[in-house]
Design a protein around this ligand. Structure first.
Ligand SMILES: Cc1cc2nc3c(=O)[nH]c(=O)nc-3n(C[C@H](O)[C@H](O)[C@H](O)COP(=O)(O)OP(=O)(O)OC[C@H]3O[C@@H](n4cnc5c(N)ncnc54)[C@H](O)[C@@H]3O)c2cc1C
Length: 441
């Protein structure tokens, strides 16, 4: 049974060195802005805990408004999920409109869809306004690994086009799919031309450069160890000094341990793994994914893959529900990759790494004002590349001038995981293992 570790133990378990994992992203990363560890005791308006897309999005928005911001990360900028993910830019919420309509009603479902479209537009602006070179490439293909899912995909396309005014999706049948992908085991899917893929760590570093240029102070290798109410707001204790601030934003996502019980009750860390092949050459790479789109499938434990600009296959697949990563990550991912691309049996895997994402019971993000001046935001459940930078901006909007969209997000139903703080893990492991088993049936 997994232990409920403290943050320090967890970091020790996942990565002895608080530097970037040995990923293809780290090997091709641009430079970040100055971000020295905190040195002593400081004051500011807003302290942000977490240097991923959420924290950086908030830091950028707040600094642009002239607010004194300090952002800390226990490791590096983009060290968490934001610098390790599949780079797949999905459009929409983690739940499809049909689910949302049932859960929150048609009106709120439409608002949530509009927020997701705003988030997608925001990504374009972010990249263009700040000149972030993160290789954004358009096109995302959701593929069905079971024939019986195809009818649902066809209906989803129809619904998006007619009810949600979203003409950017097409249903692709099995015959067309076979021309587009050299992948085994798929029967049809949805091609979303507004989706895409990008270099996630370079997106995070670009956002950090923009936030720094706007006036935010960033501190890497600075871990928040405690949080207490203080005169005029909050005091954040770190291993490098203290930060007194009127407001605190908890943006630690799957890595935030021991700082907030309400967050831990609702936001659960899950490990997921990626491997990258040796360069395959353009022709062989394009025989796998003809149009260089991102691909993600319908499995409960999703397989997702795409090409890199240097013609490698980047393949994500396989989760485990332990704290520690497998010792041989490429070896862990390899069987999953070969199930989809058996023709890659001779391809060397040159990189492999793991990351921790955060899920909630409803798979909708947990956005809450926990107490006056203390806001938590995270739990994108595997869909943060587009949403997290924007949700970070929205919390900035809320602080600067108020935001109806932010308020709407705080009303999303996100109950605690069953089992409470200590039993949620075994309960979740049992449930996740059962769903993962269903993928194979
Ligand atoms: C392997 C993997 C693949 C994924 N693939 C995709 C994908 O293809 N598409 C997609 O949309 N989403 C994907 N995701 C999810 C996506 O990466 C996340 O939703 C998103 O990055 C969340 O950003 P964030 O800023 O909220 O959290 P994070 O990026 O995890 O940042 C949290 C940061 O907080 C810091 N922190 C935590 N606690 C403390 C503390 N006490 N003191 C100081 N710092 C602290 C951590 O060091 C970390 O850097 C994937 C995630 C993983 C792990």
């Amino acid at each position: 049974m997994p232990r409920c570790n403290s943050g320090a133990d967890l970091m020790q378990g996942l990565n002895d060195d608080p530097d970037y994992p040995p990923s293809w992203y780290a090997a091709t990363a641009q430079s970040g802005p100055p971000a020295p560890p905190l040195d002593g005791d400081v004051q500011c308006d807003v302290c942000i805990i977490g240097g991923g897309y959420t924290g950086l999005g908030a830091a950028l928005r707040l600094a642009q408004a002239g607010i004194a911001v300090r952002l800390i990360d226990q490791a590096r900028i983009g060290w968490g999920a934001s610098g390790r993910n599949g780079g797949q830019a999905h459009v929409g919420q983690r739940r499809d409109p049909e689910w949302l309509e049932r859960a929150v009603g048609p009106d709120d479902a439409r608002h949530l869809w509009r927020i997701a479209i705003d988030a997608r537009d925001h990504l374009d602006r972010l990249i263009a306004d700040h000149g972030i070179a993160c290789d954004f490439t358009p096109g995302l293909f959701h593929v069905d690994h079971k024939r019986r899912y195809c009818a649902h995909s066809r209906a989803a396309v129809e619904r998006l086009r007619t009810h949600y005014d979203y003409p950017h999706v097409d249903y692709v049948d099995g015959e067309q799919l076979a021309e587009m992908l050299g992948a085994r085991g798929y029967h049809g899917g949805i091609l979303d031309r507004r989706g895409g893929h990008l270099h996630p760590l370079n997106l995070a570093l670009g956002m950090a450069r923009a936030a720094y240029a706007a006036g935010a102070r960033l501190h890497e290798r600075t871990r928040a160890t405690g949080l207490a109410r203080a005169t005029g707001g909050w005091r954040v204790t770190t291993d490098r000094g203290t930060i007194s601030a009127a407001r605190v934003i908890l943006a630690g996502n799957g890595y935030l341990h021991g700082l907030s019980r309400p967050v831990e009750a609702r936001v659960m860390p899950i490990n997921n793994y990626i491997a990258v092949t040796e360069p395959l050459g353009e022709a062989r790479a394009r025989s796998l994914i003809r149009d260089n789109v991102a691909v993600s499938d319908s499995r409960f434990v999703v397989y997702y893959f795409r090409l890199t600009p240097d013609h490698r296959l980047l393949f994500g697949g396989g989760e485990n529900y332990r704290w520690r990563f497998p010792a041989d990550i490429p070896g862990f991912v390899r069987p999953h990759m070969l199930r989809v691309f058996p023709q890659l049996a001779d391809a060397r895997l040159e990189y492999g790494w793991g990351g921790t994402l955060a899920i909630t019971p409803t798979r909708m993000p947990f956005v809450r004002d926990l107490e006056p001046g203390l806001t938590a935001i995270g739990g994108y459940s595997g869909l943060g590349v587009v949403l997290a930078p924007y949700f970070g901006k929205l919390i900035g909007d809320a602080i600067v001038a108020g935001s109806d969209d932010f308020n709407r997000l705080t009303r999303l139903p996100v109950p605690p995981f069953p089992g409470g703080r200590w039993l949620r893990w075994p309960t979740l492991v049992a449930a996740m293992s059962m769903f993962a088993l269903r993928d194979r049936l």
